[in-house]
Ligand binder design. Structure first.
Ligand SMILES: CC(C)(COP(=O)(O)OP(=O)(O)OC[C@H]1O[C@@H](n2cnc3c(N)ncnc32)[C@H](O)[C@@H]1OP(=O)(O)O)[C@@H](O)C(=O)NCCC(=O)NCCS
Length: 143
């Protein structure tokens, strides 16, 4: 297992993984241009895992100067339960720590119970006291 920083050249591989993963939704915000902008805005924070140079896992991570945010943590089904997810998250948390960001959030669909087990078993605190509100200025509901 090898973990390295994600680049825009990984885009096709990671989108293929997202599309075949229940619980991960592909939106306009996941376009190639938007992903390039995200990676440029958040250098050194998103990672992929490769086996024999093939991408088998990824995580995207950014921050707003105050808090870290994780998204799109995905490991290919045949490579799950080998510590890849945990290692990817650790890479993000360590990189955030190096730039002075100590607290990180992730939004998870309530219907995604396997993901819940992952976060709960890895020390993440469920925030059931918070409601999330979103506002969309686009006419595209899938923005
Ligand atoms: C969630 C996901 C990324 C976990 O990746 P992974 O590489 O299998 O996770 P790890 O092997 O690092 O698991 C670490 C620990 O998390 C827990 N865990 C992971 N998957 C679990 C599951 N399906 N059920 C219960 N516990 C789980 C276990 O405690 C595990 O340790 P163990 O294997 O020693 O028991 C992977 O299942 C996945 O890609 N799911 C689909 C996409 C998704 O839902 N992503 C998260 C959305 S935010």
């Amino acid at each position: 297992m090898n973990i390295r920083e994600m680049t825009i050249d990984d885009y096709d591989d990671i989108i293929a993984m997202f599309r075949e993963t229940p619980g991960i939704t592909f939106r306009e915000a996941d376009s190639r241009d938007a992903t390039r902008r995200y990676l440029e805005r958040n250098p050194g924070l998103s990672f992929v895992t490769t086996v024999n140079e093939h991408v088998v896992g990824c995580v995207m991570c950014g921050h707003d100067g105050r808090r870290g945010y994780l998204q799109h943590l995905v490991v290919k089904p045949e490579h799950r339960r080998h510590g890849i997810g945990k290692a990817l998250v650790r890479a993000c948390i360590n990189s955030l720590k190096q730039i002075g960001i100590y607290k990180t959030h992730i939004f998870v669909f309530k219907s995604n119970s396997p993901a819940d087990a992952f976060w709960a078993n890895n020390g993440w605190m469920l925030r059931d006291e918070i409601n999330m509100y979103s506002y969309n200025t686009s006419s595209n509901e899938n923005a």
